[in-house]
Every structure is written in C-alpha cells, then in structure tokens.
Design a protein around this ligand. Structure first.
Ligand code: GLN
Length: 485
C-alpha cells in the first residue's frame, strides 16, 4: 500500500471517516517524513510532535464514539507562521517577534481547531509576507521539493514546500500580492486567494491591511475547497470581513457554457514560452469540456507592480510601527532614550527587505509626497480594478499564468529587488482589485519544474473559480506527480 502521506486531503478524510486510517497514523506519517526530509526542504519553523499526536489521538477517540466533528477532524495541517496560535510561537518569520506567544488564535485557526484539525506546526515565510521566495525569512530559505536548489516561491513558500513534500495534507497561507498563488504555482500545488474579506484577518499578523487575504493551500482544488468552507465567512472581530452568506460550492458543475477570458497582457512578452504553452494547453482543456475562450484585455496590467509596491509599503510602514521593543519580542540592549530604543531594536531585528519597504512606505506617506505617490497609487488601483469590471462584462472567468517563470535558483534574484518584484506581475492585479483567484497545476517544463495556471473570478465567485479548477485537475491530474526526495 502507498504511504498514507500520498493521499489527498479529501481522500484522507474519507479514510478517516471509514476508520481505515487513524488520525494518529496519518499524523505519524507526516511527522516521520518531516523528521526524515525537512532538513533538506526546510519548510517548518516549528513542529510539535507530542502536541500533534495528542490532538490526533483525541480525534481518533471522537471517531470511536461516533462523535466525528466533520470532514477535517483528524486531518494534519500546517500553518504559515503569520497566523496567531496559542500553542506555537508566532514569529512572522522575523527576529523581531522571536519568543512571542500570541494570547489568542487567529479566527481562521480557531475555526480549523473547532473542526478537529491537527496542527503539525508553523511554516516558513518571507518576514511579514514581504517577498516572493522565502529568502527574506529571518530564519532560513525553504527549498523547492521538485528542485532543491530552487525557491518554492513566497511568501507562503514553507507551506507550499511542505505540501509538495507530502509533509501535511493542507495549510493556511496568506496572499497580499500573490503569496498563496505564486508558491502554489512553483510547487505543483493549489492555492486560493479568496475575495478580500472572505476569510477573517483577525489574528493574522498585518502586512498591508487593504490587501491581506488569508486562504487555503493543498494539493488539489477539492482539498482547497474543503479548507475554504471550514474557514470562510463573517467574523465580528474583523470589521472588513464580508457579511454575506457563503454561496454553496458547485465543484462538479463543470465548465460547459462558461466564457473564459484570456487577457492579452498575461501572454507573450515577459512570460517564459514554456509557461505560456502549458497555460494555453489548460485553456484548450477547458474548451474541450465545453467552455468558450474569449480574448480580452486588462490594459492597465503593467501599472499593477508600481501601484502595489507603493501601497503595500505605505500600509506596512504604518502596520509595523508597533514593533518597537516595548510591546512585542526582543529589545536591543544599551539604549539611552526611548527613541534610541526604538531605533536600535528596529534596526537590529527587522530584516533588510522589511527595512527597505518601511523606508519606501514612510517616504511615500510623508507630507509633500503624499499626493504625488500615495494618492496617485490609489487612483491607479481604481483604474486597475475597473479593467476587471469591464472584462467580467464579457466573460465569466479569466485564465492566465500565475507566475511569468517557473522556480528560479535560490540566490539568483536576491541582489536585485526589482527582478524579484517582477515575478509578482501577474498576481498583483487581482490583489489590487480584491478578486478571488486560484493557482492550479498546469504541468512541468522540460527541466521538470512545475508551472501554475491562474483562474480569476469576479468578486464573491470563489465557487466558480473552484469549479473551473476542479475541471482542470480532472482533465490534467498533474497533482499526482510527486517530487523525488
Ligand atoms: N511578493 C509580494 C510582496 O513581496 C506579495 C507578498 C504577499 O502576497 N504577502 O509583497
């Protein structure tokens, strides 16, 4: 029999329900793999085997009494270390939160806990979500299980690497400008950035509040849908969480009759030809299942990058003001005044990329520059969102690449922040517009590197995005191709 860790989350859930596999067996399977292989992959920042096995045993006991809590009961999951958790440290991948213990669980974590999920540990990320490769983690970079000398993407790269390496069955990540979709694309996994506000931000360490979206990651769209269902929905602790009831999921409805738009700006110049060819093959697979393909244009796509990096840095400069050596984490020694304490602490414990962004953001918000930069970027954001509104007048969904290139070598773009930022060119627009978008496996390059296809839907239409994602993975079950570790 194949190892339990090869099962998808949905398959494991059925095995658990039928009593053919216990949660302790599944959890031990994950922990054994982590112990054997995470020295190479470096997906986790913290793992707690005793605690995970204890919650697995509790899940098995519930099942034995006929009191299973639902489909996630007993399923081992990982969490990007940007979610507050009472039972693990919460570091946001930064030295400035070393030793911090959150006094409460993030709402989405609490929902998974109440559903009986088993938490294996906290997963690596670029500090505060600022990065596209995990190389801006304060701890260490994670490695792509399909090519260990390459990045698994970022910022939720630890979670994506863990999924690809079969260390866990699902995970929660966050996506501010692509941090769920891009690592999913680079690791042959699936990630959903929901509509802004669909999942509560309460207890998620803030990066850029008008863009931050927690969301599910797993190896298949069906698995992602299960995690989405368990975590989405209004939360009184987040004033921006959406109040609407969740429309039912329609995973098996297929794509017959759906109009799929192919944005001209997402193909051609700047996109690696192999990536483009694989994503076009996805479009054809959907067409064969009855969808119609429609050429569309999102004319302001090229402004998304400067717009995003301006707004995200501005919001970050305000959000990260709280790390001052007084309220959280470590404090630099030898300060002679309060101002000196702030300066010494922040310069000692924030990473270089964080500092770069805080400087940029503070500058953009300063008196005299506010109109030229921040206000102008807000206007550009509106124009970018309007592109989507116009496109969705003609089509039901949009399809394009998630990332312009497959996984690059660790170190390759570290010295050139702009080249790193360019890897986000195709995920940023949907973030600025607040739209739901998923990345699904689209196949492999000749070198064996995974490629992801991005599906973008109109606001609130996660169900439609997931429905097309399921259709794609049924046509091309790329997720079955495991890395060789
Ligand atoms: N790579 C982008 C950034 O560095 C997006 C990050 C994210 O979505 N958290 O800002």
């Amino acid at each position: 029999m194949a190892a339990v860790t090869e099962l998808t989350l949905s398959a494991l859930s059925l095995e658990l329900e039928a009593g053919r596999v216990s949660s302790v067996e599944a959890t031990r399977g994950c922990l054994d793999r982590i112990a054997a292989l995470d020295g190479q992959v470096k997906a986790f920042l913290a793992v707690d085997p005793a605690q995970a096995l204890a919650s697995a045993a509790a899940s098995d006991a519930r099942r034995a009494q006929g009191k299973r809590l639902g489909p996630l009961d007993g399923v081992p999951l990982g969490l990007k270390d940007l979610f507050c958790t009472t039972d693990f440290p919460t570091t946001a991948g930064s030295k400035i939160l070393e030793g911090y213990r959150a006094p409460f669980d993030a709402t989405v974590v609490a929902r998974l806990r109440a559903a009986g999920a088993v938490f294996l540990g906290k997963q690596n990320l670029d500090q505060f979500g600022m990065g596209s490769s995990t190389e801006h983690s304060g701890a260490f970079p994670s490695h792509n299980p399909y090519a260990l000398d390459r990045t698994p993407g970022g910022s939720s790269g630890g979670s994506a690497a863990a999924l690809a390496a079969r260390f866990c069955f699902g995970a929660l990540g966050t996506d501010t400008g692509g941090s769920i979709r891009q690592p999913a694309a680079l690791t042959n996994t699936v990630g959903l950035k929901p509509t802004y506000g669909r999942l509560s931000r309460s207890g998620v360490v803030a990066y850029a509040s008008s863009l931050d979206c927690p969301g599910p990651m797993a190896r298949t769209a069906r698995d992602v849908a299960m995690l989405y269902q368990a975590t989405a929905g209004a939360d009184p602790d987040d004033s921006t969480s959406l109040r609407q009831a969740l429309p039912p999921l329609t995973l098996d409805a297929g794509v017959k009759g759906l109009r799929i738009g192919l944005p001209a700006e997402y193909f051609g110049g700047g996109i690696e030809p192999e990536v483009e060819a694989l994503v076009r093959a996805c479009a054809q697979a959907l067409e064969r299942q009855g969808a119609s393909l429609v050429p569309v244009s999102l004319p302001h796509t090229r402004f998304a990058l400067p717009t995003y990096y301006l707004l995200a840095c501005a919001e970050a400069s305000s959000n990260l003001a709280r790390y001052d050596g007084v309220r959280y984490g470590p404090r630099a020694a030898g300060a002679t005044s309060l101002k000196d304490l702030y300066e010494k602490t922040r310069s000692a414990f924030f990473g270089d990329e964080v500092k770069r962004r805080l400087l940029l953001g503070t500058f953009a918000l300063s008196a005299g520059y506010y109109d030229a930069y921040y206000r102008k970027a807000q206007r550009a954001r509106t124009v970018i969102a309007r592109d989507f509104t116009q496109a969705f007048g003609q089509v039901d969904l949009l399809l394009g690449p998630t990332s312009p290139a497959p996984a690059w070598r660790l170190g390759e773009k570290l010295e050139d922040p702009l080249r790193m930022y360019q890897m986000d060119a195709l995920t940023l627009p949907a973030s600025l517009a607040g739209l739901p978008a998923a990345s699904v496996p689209a196949g492999f390059t000749a070198q064996g590197l995974p490629v992801g296809a991005q599906l973008i839907g109109p606001a609130f239409e996660e169900a439609r995005v997931l429905q097309a994602a399921v259709a794609l993975e049924t046509a091309h079950p790329w997720h079955q191709k495991a890395p060789v570790l």
